[in-house]
Design a protein around this ligand. Sequence first.
Ligand code: PMP
Length: 397
Amino acid sequence: MTDIFAKHAGLRAAYEGLTASSPRNPFEVVIERPLSATVGIIEGRETLLFGTNNYLGLSQSHRAAEAAIDTARTMGVGTTGSRIANGTFGLHRALEEKLARFFGKKHCMVFSTGYQANLGTISALVNKDDVLLLDADSHASIYDGAKLSGAQVIRFRHNDPVDLERRLGRLKDHTGAKLIIAEGIYSMTGNVAPLTEFTAIAKRHGAYILADEAHSFGVLGATGRGVAEMQGCESEIDFIVGTFSKSLGTVGGYCVTDHDGVDLMRLCSRPYMFTASLPPEIIAATMAALEEMEERPELRIKLQENAERLHSGLKAAGLATGEHVSPVVAVTLETVEEAIIFWNALLENGVYVNLSLPPATPDNRPLLRCSVMAAHSSEEIDKAVAVFGAIAKQLGH
Ligand code: PMP
């Protein structure tokens, strides 16, 4: 009998090496209980949470929780079916209409996760006759959507309009459709995409463009519609994809567009058709969180102030942070060994961040990925910075 797990030998060796060199397993951190948006119990201790995607703190929204409880009581806890079979409630339609209105787009499709929103949108839009131009640092859901679509994939250098244009220039005789995909804010580094430049290139080369605003929805732009809103190019973006699992603190994903073809997409998008739709209480919580986000623009202002405070604090402590100031602040270290020691020391001193290791990191160097929330107080940020600074000093930075 062939060992079905033999293919994991390389992964197992890497995993065992990593867990042997770390006092705790970085893949098995348990938040035993969140006490608030910014503090959770980890290993029995109160720990500052600086490694979530809960940018506006809305996972702890009282209003969203009440909406979920009321809806579960009146409508039950699940739909038991997919959107095109028996799983569309009035609430799904209401959420789609609300999001379409929010983005000022004609159509919206809601998916059961953000991951599926990328899978379901990309695979329904392109096939083997088409070409996808993907930013090299694209999220796994974009790469997986590309694989599911069967389209030819061309990667361009991260955030590099010149490289994108050069690659499109080589496709002059290509007869299929061309779709460029970029993110708004990149989840590991906090880098912001030059979407306006990308839309100009798309226009010059007859390509469509899709922006995944998973980390920028609710975060950037005057009303929280993301990088496209901030850069003033929303009308030039063909498809905007995003998630409810970050700024809105719930779960689910969406695609908004002005293209009328979206109605047939509902019938050819397998990640939309062949999975259960979002439970009604999640939709109710998501709508309540969206309303809260719209009514409290001060959350976005505070978030930006907090991002600047964390970014400048870590920089002043002598740490290598990225060039863009966004709620994702990545500290780059040189070696995996040091990253493991640093990350463990942070947790032992009451600060939780994400340990991101190569090959999952953009330039194959380890990152301590921090994220900030509107809900963090200045004191919490200063405390995290002080802990970072003390450990950096001990490690000879
Ligand atoms: N796109 C990007 C850029 C992401 O970072 C993520 C989540 N990390 C997703 C899509 C998937 O979203 P979800 O976790 O809500 O499925």
